[in-house]
Design a protein around this ligand. Structure first.
Ligand code: GLV
Ligand code: MN
Length: 199
């Protein structure tokens, strides 16, 4: 969850300037006279995004980068069309709640005690993934599923396990992966060749 604000409107100033280059934790705000309804609007979730990768996952993101008016408001959304798997990932800054618009998904998260909490959920149902915990959503049916997810952060962040480990830039030393997964160099190479840089 994000820091609380003391003002009504604190729309992020997204115009190019020094803040496009220098990262600050609290973003500068637009002057009130420059604020428009479009700062609080986003049409991008109207249609599901095309799925164009081998795991069948693609999310449309409605976070601070799309909606400057979300700045400091502690909330954002994604739409997840799902023909396959939303691969294991975490959001370092937010709890996630999912609402199934259509279809059925097997969803789950893993606790720090390595316990799997999972359930099949269908149209109209809701499930929660606590902040920071590894989670996934798998469509095991032959029809597409679609879901809206909401986060208690304007910018929840996403850290996807397979790309993080096998296609980071620069690459993690093979020795780290060999030991962690108890596999050989050939197997590491094989996995690296299959994991696209970001999915
Ligand atoms: C799904 O878990 C998502 O984070 O979009
Ligand atoms: Mn998620």
């Amino acid at each position: 969850s994000d820091p609380f604000s003391l003002q009504d409107l604190r729309v992020a100033e997204t115009s190019k300037g020094i803040y496009a280059r220098i990262k600050v934790n609290i973003l500068p705000c637009k002057e009130d006279t420059n604020i428009t309804p479009l700062d609080f609007f986003f049409a991008g979730l109207a249609k599901p995004a095309a799925i164009n990768n081998s795991v069948g996952f693609s999310a449309t993101v409605a976070d601070l980068n799309e909606i400057p008016g979300l700045n400091t408001l502690d909330i954002s959304m994604n739409r997840v069309p799902n023909g396959g798997l939303v691969p294991s990932h975490t959001h370092p800054r937010a709890t996630e709640i999912i609402f199934i618009l259509d279809g059925e998904l097997d969803v789950g998260f893993i606790t720090t005690a390595n316990k799997l909490i999972s359930k099949t959920i269908k149209k109209g149902e809701v499930f929660v993934f606590p902040v920071g915990l590894l989670h996934f959503q798998q469509n095991n049916k032959d029809k597409p599923a679609s879901a809206i997810v909401a986060f208690n952060s304007q910018l929840p962040g996403i850290l996807s396990v397979a790309p993080a480990l096998f296609s980071s830039s620069p690459a993690i030393d093979d020795a780290v992966l060999l030991t962690a997964f108890q596999i050989g160099t050939d197997e590491v190479g094989e996995i690296k060749s299959r994991i696209a840089p970001k999915n």
